[in-house]
Each structure stands twice: as structure tokens, then as C-alpha cells.
Design a protein. Structure first.
Length: 271
């Protein structure tokens, strides 16, 4: 009997079975030292040695006592594992209301001097080469992973009242405060055989976003086909955001991370 099986049996002893034991959330180590987090029917696998760098939150559960809790603090804590395993709000997938993600994780992205970015916490070490030197500086991006009720997370919606640019991105204003932007790219212009368009949201970090040097936060969100999971790639830009060829690299990188993190899903499931 493997270590992961023994751990699951021990965790199951904590379950209050007013919900199906098959639906129980779990946080375990496998025989290779990887950390496997399972909840709402989703399974995420992280490289064990990188657990100290991953923020993990069961947002729908009473088990989340800290606003920012690292996976290293959870994996060997019996009290937290017992709580997550027995808490119905952290185990059932039968939600009917749209709300914030039920599980949320932040995975750091590193960059080397050659402007290669990589997610070291994800098995298979997804990497990408970018041209913008800013990425290797303080603007190094991060990945946000979300699990939420299936079918409740909208796919990219492209507006017709947009302005097109030389890279075929459509741009439109978004009514946020301060005002943000959405860039979209038709599926035919994305790398790979994809059915969904790409949407990139950018929001200014201050009300003075039109001034030179004002920083913006941009994000690409890859969503699973059933809407039950998503991976967002986020990066800062030191000026008004403009489409670049790196955006297609970010798109492919985020999909690669998603396919390796959620290994039970089809490789093209996230778009």
C-alpha cells in the first residue's frame, strides 16, 4: 500500500459523512514527494520542495484562519487537514450560487537573465521565452489558480465595439474605477487549434493611469471547458498597456501550466 493511500485512509477517518466521503477534500504527499490538493472533484499536483512558496486558501471553508496561508503550513498540520476534510463547505461541489472561488492558490513565476520565465512549483517545469526585459525585473509575473462551481465562470466575451491593432487584438474600455481595458484576440490568431478567443484584462493601479510611467496590472485567464477551474497569468506593465508578441507567449505558457497542474484534464481543456 502506497504512502498516498495510507494518508488518504487516515484523512478519511476525520470525515463527517453528512457528505459523501468520495467528495472529501484532501492534502497529501505522494511517493515522489509531490503535494496533491484535491477538492470539488479537482486535483492539483505541486512539486513538494516548492510548497513553501505557494499560497493556498480554501475560501469557502471555515478552515481558512489566515488571509495568506502557505501550502507548507498546511501539508503537515493535522488540525487543518482534519478541518478541510470534514468541512462540507470545502468538500461539496453542489453549489448553486455564483460567488468567489472556493479554492485559490498563487504560484510564483521566476525569470532568468535570458528572459526565460518558469513555474518551478509545477511538475514538468513549464517555461516560456519572452522578449521584454521588464519581465526579468521587479515586474516578474505570477500565476493565480482558482477552483469554483462548475459552469459558473464565464468564458471570454468579445465586444463588437472595439478598436483593432496591427497584431489583430481588439481593444475596448471597461467601466471600472479607474477605467480599465479589455483586449481580445480571435481564436484563429492564437497559437494552437483553439475554439475560444483570448481575453486580456488590464487595470491601472492608480487614478492617474494616463500619466507616463503609470503602472497597470494585466491578466490572461485560461478557463476549463466546464468552468470549474481557471489559471490566470498576471504581470505588471510600467506604462499604458499595448499588445505585444509576448502576449501570445503568456497565453501558451498559462495553458501549459494549467494542463500540467490539472493533470486529470485534457491537455487542450483550458482556453
Amino acid at each position: 500500500m502506497s504512502k498516498i493511500t495510507i494518508f488518504n485512509l487516515a484523512a478519511s477517518a476525520f470525515v463527517v459523512c453528512n457528505v459523501s466521503c468520495a467528495d472529501a477534500a484532501s492534502i497529501v504527499r505522494d511517493d515522489n514527494g509531490n503535494v496533491v490538493v484535491e477538492a470539488y472533484g479537482e486535483k492539483m499536483k505541486f512539486i513538494g520542495g516548492q510548497a513553501e512558496h505557494i499560497v493556498l486558501s480554501f475560501m469557502a471553508s471555515k478552515c481558512d484562519q489566515k488571509p495568506r496561508q502557505y501550502l507548507r503550513d498546511v501539508i503537515d498540520n493535522k488540525d487543518i487537514i482534519e478541518c478541510v476534510t470534514s468541512d462540507e463547505r470545502a468538500t461539496t461541489a453542489s453549489h448553486t450560487q455564483i460567488r468567489s472561488p472556493d479554492v485559490f492558490a498563487i504560484i510564483p513565476v521566476s525569470a532568468d537573465k535570458l528572459n526565460t520565465i518558469y513555474a518551478s512549483a509545477v511538475r514538468g517545469l513549464p517555461t516560456a521565452n519572452v522578449t521584454d526585459a521588464v519581465i526579468a525585473s521587479a515586474m516578474t509575473p505570477s500565476l493565480s489558480v482558482m477552483i469554483h462551481p462548475a459552469n459558473k465562470w464565464p468564458h471570454c466575451i468579445v465586444s463588437s465595439d472595439s478598436i483593432s491593432d496591427i497584431l489583430n487584438y481588439q481593444r475596448r474600455d471597461v467601466a471600472t474605477n479607474p477605467k480599465g481595458l479589455q483586449f481580445s484576440l480571435a481564436s484563429s490568431h492564437r497559437d494552437g487549434k483553439l475554439a475560444q478567443p483570448l481575453c486580456i484584462s488590464c487595470n491601472p493601479l492608480s487614478a492617474y493611469s494616463t500619466l507616463p510611467g503609470s503602472r497597470w496590472l494585466c491578466a490572461i485567464t485560461e478557463v476549463s471547458s466546464d468552468g470549474g477551474a481557471s489559471v490566470s497569468f498576471r504581470w505588471l506593465t510600467p506604462d499604458f498597456p499595448k499588445p505585444s508578441r509576448d502576449w501570445s507567449v503568456f497565453d501558451s505558457f498559462a495553458r501549459s501550466v494549467a494542463s500540467k497542474l490539472f493533470s486529470d484534464r485534457n491537455i487542450d481543456d483550458f482556453q
